[in-house]
Design a protein around this ligand. Structure first.
Ligand code: SF4
Ligand code: SF4
Length: 368
């Protein structure tokens, strides 16, 4: 396993994310399948992963307890624990921290994070006194390194990063978001401040593990022995300020593939990188609908469906998954719903982009 120096530690480049551990399939839905999850952790330890990332809220609180139990058989100094405080889950940061130490069965947390700084939570974290409290816990040796994870706008990320000299931060970075969102700016903000980056969602919640047949074929032609997910991991690994790359591994196949990637020192060449960027653009254009919101289609719709807004939801579903689409769907203001479409075809005739609206509305109804 490739490692990278962090202060006096040699951290594995691949980190084990404990937010998507295998589940039993019984209620509650987050119930961890202990034997299967334990097999994954044991395999991770046996293959040199020494960074284990959890949070107060993962698996309804069971992820921390599970890790506390399963890691007991290993010497405490042989791995690092990372966990997080989320204000919206429980504002009592002192109580939460004590509970976390107890759940994890440890006297200290190696990497402690303010969890999910967003434009909504940003002020609460700054004003509540929690950061000062955690800095004090760090002084007392109960936290080794203090950082934060962010989903905030670049402006608020920069302001939060300037609070004090953070030891590290966690960002969502993958080649897709780098191309289509402001991820590169976020990375730059941390890099300029010399804050090492832990990466979450390098494979975008699994979305980049499987592309369209045509784009996958292009990647396979270049490197037949690389999995599609490994392209995403190799791309993130090249960024110089990236420290640990987290993967929320749910089964043995994933962890075997990821470890094989990090045991392979072959980096993406410039040609590989160019190919990946081309594939990324092509993939997006193949899965999303090119609606321009011109609204030529809406006037004649007998069901009064807000077609362009629902096509945005459709695109979200294709790129971010059905849960994100379902959430966005709730916010659409429309007299008619996608399921009200009677497939009269009036809209399609007006669409300059030639979009088959009734077919997509039907697919959207099935998706969410
Ligand atoms: S096909 Fe559906 S969305 Fe299009 S105009 Fe007819 S009812 Fe409206
Ligand atoms: S006419 Fe076509 S491009 Fe314009 S809003 Fe309707 S679906 Fe989108």
């Amino acid at each position: 396993m490739e490692t990278k120096k962090f202060k006096d530690l040699a951290l594995s480049r691949l980190g084990m994310g404990a937010m998507r551990l295998p589940v039993t399939g019984k209620e509650p839905a987050s119930q961890i399948d202990d034997p299967k999850a334990q097999e994954i952790i044991d395999y991770a330890m046996a293959h040199g992963i020494n960074y284990y990332d959890t949070a107060y809220v993962y698996h309804g609180g069971e992820s921390e307890k599970f890790l506390g139990q399963v890691m007991k058989k290993y010497p405490r100094g042989s791995y690092c624990l990372a966990t997080k405080y989320m204000a919206s889950a429980n504002p009592d940061y002192k109580g939460v921290f004590e509970e976390q130490l107890s759940r994890l069965q440890t006297e200290y947390v190696d990497f402690y994070l303010i969890h999910s700084v967003t434009d909504q939570s940003f002020r609460q974290y700054l004003d509540s006194g929690c950061i000062e409290y955690f800095l004090d816990q760090q002084e007392r040796g109960r936290i080794r390194f203090l950082g934060f994870s962010s989903h905030a706008s670049v402006e608020n990320l920069a302001a939060f990063a300037d609070h004090h000299a953070w030891d590290f931060a966690q960002l969502q970075i993958n080649y897709f978001d780098w191309t289509f969102r402001r991820t590169a700016e976020e990375y730059q903000i941390l890099t300029e401040r010399k804050i090492p980056v832990m990466v979450m969602e390098p494979v975008r919640g699994g979305r980049l593990a499987s592309l369209t047949p045509e784009t996958e074929a292009e990647l396979k032609a270049a490197h037949p022995d690389w999995s599609i997910a490994s392209w995403a991991l190799r791309w993130v690994r090249k960024l110089p300020n990236v420290q640990v790359i987290l993967s929320g591994m749910s089964d043995m196949e994933q962890i075997r593939d990821n470890i094989a990637t990090f045991n392979d020192s072959k980096e993406l060449s410039d040609a590989d990188e160019k190919l990946l960027m081309d594939v990324c653009r092509k993939f997006r254009s193949q899965v999303v609908v090119p609606c321009t919101s011109c609204r030529y289609c809406t006037e004649g719709c007998p069901a009064q469906i807000n077609i362009p807004e629902y096509l945005k939801v459709y695109n979200t579903g294709k790129v971010d998954g059905h849960r994100a689409a379902a959430e966005q769907m709730q916010k659409v203001e429309s007299a008619g719903k996608p399921g009200d479409c009677i497939a009269c075809g009036a809209c399609t005739g007006h669409c300059p982009q030639g979009i088959d609206v009734p077919a997509l509305l039907k697919e959207l109804t099935e998706m969410v």
